[in-house]
Design a protein around this ligand. Structure first.
Ligand code: 4AD
Ligand code: MG
Length: 463
């Protein structure tokens, strides 16, 4: 007998087939006529399939009539046209195998709607809910699109290390990796002697694969890295995780405008694919989570992003008449409230801000001729704010060394990065897209902790 997924069994083409289905029961309903309906879900789609289990089945009284939400079952039977509305097909069971029971008293997922806060405390069971199933499928679709986009456009997928000795963003938000005994570490001259640590030096979980990706771009042209990154920033917000996934393309012979063009094309491709490939899940998000998401995504696919310098943005904000909690003036880092004003109120679409003050951006961004700004770009979207951060890289050795000194970085620690500027240096650029931010934006989920399977935030590392 052929194994089908629930998604396949729901198609009218499957009518008449003898099949096996396996999954988890969402509900059981008994008919007075002596048979039962089981709603079966296996994660292949948002929708369940209805199983009709006849009273004649051998284990009807002993098992089927005791099936509750959460039980796992196998069903062998025939797919037929469903007379009920809301579904094209149903399964007439010839055999129901009960794999695992789920005690109705203690099973935490009951039929009522649970809050997302509660579901975070049962992160091991929340994938069985409609919302988290849909998030997982959309997240998968986004990852697939990311790889397809780059593969179709001649990029090589590079794996950059998770453990590193350099702080790419220079923000000092790194988790240290050590095998030293923290209760009595070896000391030299009163300080911890990292020469005796596993890597003979202080080492950390990476905040970004960019620096290593640059080495491959400066040999192979267009590359991307896509992996987990870690930030020990103690920010308990709805947009920050301590562990998140970032996709970072890096391109030789790209300047800032090329970089912006790529970022815009890339985001549009992801949105287009999700709309085309996850219609059922997106309908759900649009209905239950954020009533504007379908319209917003379609609107973005069909229109141009706004491009604006930081300086112009500051002028706009100053002239806005809004009373911001953090006042704006040239030189300050923009806060979420400022980004939201630009994307939600003023332009009502994605905005690419570029040419930021050198003082608020990392050392590797290319210095402009005005010597006040660097060739940075941030892509901002409504609600979520910054979704992409990137720049053209400083390819001039002397300027890069000067910028590093300015930010108190020790040039010797970055000798290999500087070598890229010593030997065959080229203009190049790249950016980083936060995977969870993009999934958050697409689904309309309010909290970033609900778009990653197991969120890591200050105080939370269970599961
Ligand atoms: O702007 P960021 O810090 O840029 C970089 O790390 C560059 N090295 C990327 C590059 O040019 N290759 O981070 C890039 C993106 C942000 O725009 C945001 O979407 C996401 O990563 N991000 C986070 N997402 C979740 N939680 C956090 N704590 C994040 N920090 C950054
Ligand atoms: Mg950034």
């Amino acid at each position: 007998m052929q194994k089908l997924s629930v998604a396949q069994a729901r198609q009218t083409e499957s009518i008449g087939q003898q099949v096996t289905l396996q999954g988890w029961v969402r509900t059981r309903r008994d008919s007075k006529a002596g048979f039962s309906f089981l709603e079966l879900n296996d994660g292949s789609s948002m929708a369940n399939i209805q199983v009709i289990a006849d009273g004649e089945l051998e284990n009807y009284e002993t098992e089927i009539k005791h099936i509750t939400a959460g039980c796992s079952v196998g069903v062998e039977g025939t797919i037929r046209e469903s007379p009920g509305k809301g579904q094209a097909t149903e399964v007439q069971a010839e055999r129901v195998i009960l794999y695992g029971t789920a005690d109705a008293e203690s099973y935490p997922l009951q039929k009522k709607r649970h809050s997302f806060e509660f579901l975070r405390t049962i992160a091991h069971l929340r994938p069985r809910t409609n919302t988290f199933g849909a998030v997982a499928r959309v997240r998968n679709c986004v990852c697939n699109s990311i790889h397809q986009f780059f593969q179709e456009n001649g990029f090589l997928y590079i794996h950059t290390p998770v453990i590193t000795a350099s702080d790419c963003e220079g923000a000092g938000e790194m988790f240290q990796v050590t095998t030293l005994d923290l209760n009595g570490p070896p000391k030299a001259e009163g300080k911890v002697d990292f020469a005796q640590d596993f890597f003979d030096r202080p080492s950390y979980l990476t905040v970004s694969g960019q620096l290593e990706a640059e080495t491959f771009a400066c040999a192979l042209g267009k590359v991307y890295t896509f992996g987990p990154t870690f930030r020990a920033e103690n920010s308990n917000t709805s947009r920050h995780l301590a562990e998140f996934w970032m996709v970072e393309p890096e391109m030789a012979f790209f300047e800032l405008t090329d970089n912006m063009d790529l970022a815009e094309q890339f985001l549009k491709r992801i949105f287009k694919d999700v709309l085309a490939r996850c219609p059922e899940d997106m309908e759900f998000f649009n209905l239950r989570i954020d009533k504007t998401t379908l319209e917003t995504l379609q609107g973005i696919v069909d229109s141009e992003f706004v491009r604006l310098t930081y300086t112009e943005a500051v002028k706009l904000l100053e002239a806005s008449g809004e009373s911001f909690e953090f006042p704006v003036n040239w030189g300050v880092d923009l806060q979420a409230e400022h980004e939201r004003y630009l994307t939600e109120k003023h332009f009502q679409k994605p905005v690419i801000l570029y040419d930021y003050p050198r003082t608020i951006k990392p050392f590797y961004m290319r210095l402009n001729d005005d010597e006040k700004t660097v060739r940075a770009m941030d892509v901002l979207v409504p609600k979520v704010g910054e979704i992409i951060g990137g720049s053209q890289r400083e390819e001039r050795l002397d300027v890069l060394e000067m910028r590093m000194a300015e930010q108190d970085l020790v040039a010797e620690d970055y000798w290999w990065y500087l070598d890229l500027r010593r030997y065959g240096s080229v203009p190049h650029a790249g950016f980083g897209l936060g995977l969870e931010r993009v999934v958050q934006f697409i689904t309309g989920m309010a909290n970033i902790r609900d778009v990653i399977p197991f969120p890591r935030t200050p105080g939370n590392a269970e599961f």
